[in-house]
Design a protein around this ligand. Structure first.
Ligand SMILES: NC(=O)c1ccc[n+]([C@@H]2O[C@H](COP(=O)([O-])OP(=O)(O)OC[C@H]3O[C@@H](n4cnc5c(N)ncnc54)[C@H](OP(=O)(O)O)[C@@H]3O)[C@@H](O)[C@H]2O)c1
Length: 469
């Protein structure tokens, strides 16, 4: 049998769909899965694509089924399973073969694996894939890290299977070693923030104003045709319209109000703090998921803590909520891109932020109407390299921050939790002041710890205040 052009290990949700996508684009693909029954079940259910799928019962058989230099996508659970898979392959690899981790890896692991494999003569690509099951099958957004020459050997396949925006593939090489996985991590962080802000607006409409899921669904459907157009608005519209087949109730009412926050959301925060950054909207979103998981505490809290008494219904219009969501979304993207810029400098990736925005325009979970304008902003001479200072986005914020202020203040008065929306406003109000209140922080630090400070009227540092003993 003719050898396959590429191999894939891990026929779970993502791997199986990615393999079908590759085959659908005409590339013969050899597949292996730890639980071998899954291999043949997969090929048996592949229909017309079965003839260009090659099942391999062992890692060795997989290697034998590929044309050298071999390229093998690993799509297994992130963490130790990736190392175990690499170890299982290594005895059969030749120098120059390319391993591609397409799972949601911690970019620190990707950097470690890339360095270790390079030392042994192998090539390693860390590839972030976004778009869930549907994206994997029909076209995900693909963020590639590793060497440019290794990517060049598989770019025809990757670009063929990727989502297309105006005919251009939403896949590219972004930088060395862990760049692709870092960009995917921050992508997911922005996704956390956007989902949380949408949920907060849903809370204002549902609990604050007592509107039904069906009504709110319609609103998101309308918003999805305007500046908030996005995959997340689209699925919110669909999710809120769904009813539970068993009870006939709105599906959203049957779902337990607890969300997890492991993996990429948490990693975004950890890496932001290590880089001396703060992506406050993402922090708020990750934190809100932790609070959601504290169900027992919230049950006690509802029985014990005093509700808002100044107002019960937030006095906001639908247009205010639309504007608030748009302002907060711009700020979440701005924080995410600032984090990417900081990491690019730290790890010497020379990340192309415009290109990053471009490959998020289709296929991925955070695709939205804003990304084209974000790419345009990064292609121009951006003041401070910050999205909120781009003339286009400064104008969007000028138009929408008044609505964000109204939604945040009205929600606070009526006791609606809006941690991510409030954090977006806090960031905006901090960034529009040249002089802030860290003056007092520095004075306090000097008072109790003699840390010293800089003065505004003299050069140098290490000045102390007249605090006495
Ligand atoms: N689901 C999504 O929407 C999504 C989106 C983007 C990225 N991702 C990432 O894609 C990766 C795969 O996710 P998934 O949703 O496809 O997972 P999944 O459906 O749970 O499948 C997991 C796969 O990993 C394999 N595996 C687990 N432990 C292994 C080990 N120790 N050695 C070898 N193989 C092992 C499993 O093999 P067995 O059949 O033998 O158990 C299975 O093929 C993860 O990194 C995930 O974070 C997922």
């Amino acid at each position: 049998m003719a050898k396959a052009r590429i191999g894939l290990i891990g026929l779970g949700v993502m791997g199986a769909n990615l393999a079908l996508n590759i085959a659908d684009n005409g590339f013969p693909v050899a597949v292996y899965n730890r639980t071998t029954d899954r291999i043949y079940d997969f090929i048996d259910s592949a229909g017309d694509l079965a003839p260009i799928l090659v099942g391999a019962k062992t890692p060795e058989a997989l290697i034998d089924a590929l044309t050298p230099p071999r390229a093998i996508i690993i799509m297994v659970q992130a963490g130790a399973p990736v190392d175990q898979t690499i170890d299982a392959l290594k005895p059969y690899l030749d120098k120059g073969d390319i391993l591609i981790d397409a799972g949601n890896a911690d970019f620190n692991d990707t950097r470690r694996r890339e360095a270790a494999l390079r030392e042994e003569g192998y090539r390693f690509i860390g590839m972030g894939v976004s778009g869930g099951e549907e994206g994997a099958r029909n076209g995900p957004s693909i963020m590639v890290g590793g060497t440019r020459e290794a990517y060049a050997e598989i770019s025809d396949i990757i670009e063929a299977i990727a989502a297309k925006y105006d005919g251009a593939p939403c896949a590219d090489h972004l930088g060395a070693d862990g760049a692709g996985h870092f960009v995917k991590t921050v992508h997911n962080g922005i996704e956390y923030a956007d989902m949380q802000m949408i949920a907060e607006v849903y809370g204002v409409l549902r609990e604050g104003e007592g509107r039904s899921p069906a009504e709110i669904s319609k609103l998101f459907g309308t918003w999805d045709t305007g500046p908030l157009q996005s995959y997340l608005a689209e699925i919110t519209h669909k999710v809120l319209a769904a009813t539970d087949p068993d009870t006939g109730n709105p599906m959203v009412d049957i779902i337990m109000d607890k969300a997890g926050q492991k993996g990429t959301g948490r990693w975004t925060l950890i890496e932001a703090l290590k880089l001396g950054q703060s992506a406050s909207t993402i922090e708020a979103a990750v934190g809100a998921r932790s609070w959601s998981a504290a169900k027992d505490l919230r049950i006690l809290g509802e029985a014990t803590l005093t509700p808002a008494t100044l107002s019960t219904t937030p006095d906001v219009t639908d247009a205010d909520l639309e504007g608030a969501l748009l302002a907060a979304r711009v700020i979440a993207y701005a924080q995410g891109f600032s984090l990417l810029a900081a990491a690019s400098e730290e790890f010497d990736w020379a990340l192309d932020l415009a290109r990053t925005a471009e490959i998020w325009r289709a296929g991925c979970i955070i695709r939205s109407a804003l990304l084209d304008d974000i790419a345009t902003a990064f292609r121009s001479d951006l003041p401070g390299n910050s999205l909120i200072l781009a003339p286009y986005f400064a104008k969007v914020l000028a138009d929408t921050v008044p609505a964000l202020r109204k939604v945040v203040s009205q929600s606070a008065l009526s006791g609606q939790p809006i941690p991510a929306l409030a954090s977006a406003l806090g960031y905006y109000d901090t960034m529009r002041r040249a002089r802030g209140t860290a003056t007092l922080i520095q004075a306090q630090r000097d008072f109790f710890g003699a840390h010293g400070f800089e003065r505004t009227d003299r050069d140098g540092s290490g000045y102390h205040g007249p605090w006495g003993s």
